[in-house]
Design a protein around this ligand. Structure first.
Ligand SMILES: Nc1nc2c(ncn2[C@@H]2O[C@H](COP(=O)(O)OP(=O)(O)O)[C@@H](O)[C@H]2O)c(=O)[nH]1
Ligand SMILES: [Mg+2]
Length: 275
């Protein structure tokens, strides 16, 4: 039986230390267990270190690894949106962090489950997950508060929206792509809520996970931006959205002050807003 054609996206911003082992482990695993129909697309952006050189070098060694470079800082969400836009012709699209927090063995278990679901959400908070190295306690606290707020606002019923390992069917990507606009780390909530609204089936499945030093998260700034982005996302789907036009310049200013990419424009791809 032919394996589904799979594209794995890896967003990378200043990842010269963490990207190479991740790419090599995925390449090696794929050669042995998923030899055909697999590609990796590294979405490098705003990197001032050797990330791009590395991606270039490794892609010369393994033809199924490709890269794109977007010089402007478009954020993890922006990078994934750009990657999803380039997924035409694939059956499945997944993504993982450049740090290799979820290794290939665990990721490919999610891929298998995608046979039955539109989206498989890798999770550190369901039975069967294995955490080799926990995040520092302040990150765990922030993540609990964030989860509480996300559940309050969106009722997703997903215990770990932020784990950076997910797999989707391309047909589901097509349904939600016009609705994706959050550029920062809250992108995952944007994606999951859009999938829910589009009636896509989802399951949370356990992953193996290891926290690695070198996180791009700036505790206070990133938390604040993620909070803003989920409130904004809630408003996008509320009747008040149309009244908020005059606040748009202020919004742009806040994201800039917090040194994070602002949400991307939405709706130019045919999505119908609530107003
Ligand atoms: N392309 C791109 N990727 C980013 C950006 N910020 C973070 N990332 C990537 O998003 C992924 C998750 O970031 P990470 O620092 O591991 O977050 P953590 O696991 O929550 O600490 C990594 O692959 C980062 O390189 C960005 O501005 N642009
Ligand atoms: Mg990470």
């Amino acid at each position: 039986m032919r394996r589904p054609k799979l594209l794995l996206l890896i967003p990378a911003h200043n990842e010269e230390k963490r990207l190479e082992p991740t790419l090599r482990s995925y390449a090696e695993y794929a050669r042995n267990h998923y030899p055909d129909n697999f590609e990796i697309l590294v979405v490098v952006n705003g990197s001032t270190d050797r990330t791009l050189d590395l991606a270039r070098k490794i892609s010369q060694e393994a033809p199924f690894i490709r890269w794109i470079d977007i010089p402007e800082r478009i954020g993890k969400g922006g990078a994934l949106i750009e990657g999803l836009k380039r997924s035409e012709g694939f059956d499945l699209v997944g993504y993982v962090d450049a740090d290799g927090a979820t290794g290939p063995e665990s990721f490919f278990k999610l891929v298998e489950l995608c046979e039955k679901y539109d989206c498989v959400v890798g999770s550190r908070r369901v039975v069967g997950s294995v955490i080799h190295q926990y995040q520092p306690s302040h990150r765990q606290l922030a993540s609990k508060v964030f989860h509480f707020l996300v559940e309050l606002l969106f009722h997703l019923g997903i215990r770990d929206t932020q784990c950076g390992a997910k797999v989707l069917r391309r047909s589901a990507v097509e349904k939600v792509l016009p609705w994706l606009h959050i550029a920062d780390m809250a992108f995952d909530v944007n994606l999951l809520y859009a999938l829910k609204r589009a009636g896509c089936s989802m399951i949370e499945a356990p992953v193996e996970w290891t926290d690695h030093i070198g996180s791009k998260v700036r505790y206070f700034r990133t938390s604040l931006v993620m909070f803003l982005s989920i409130v904004r996302l809630r408003l996008v789907y509320s009747p008040f959205y149309c009244w908020l036009g005059p606040l748009r310049p202020i919004e742009g200013w806040i994201y800039k002050a917090l040194q994070n990419p602002p949400p991307r424009p939405m709706g130019n791809t045919g999505a119908k807003r609530p107003c």
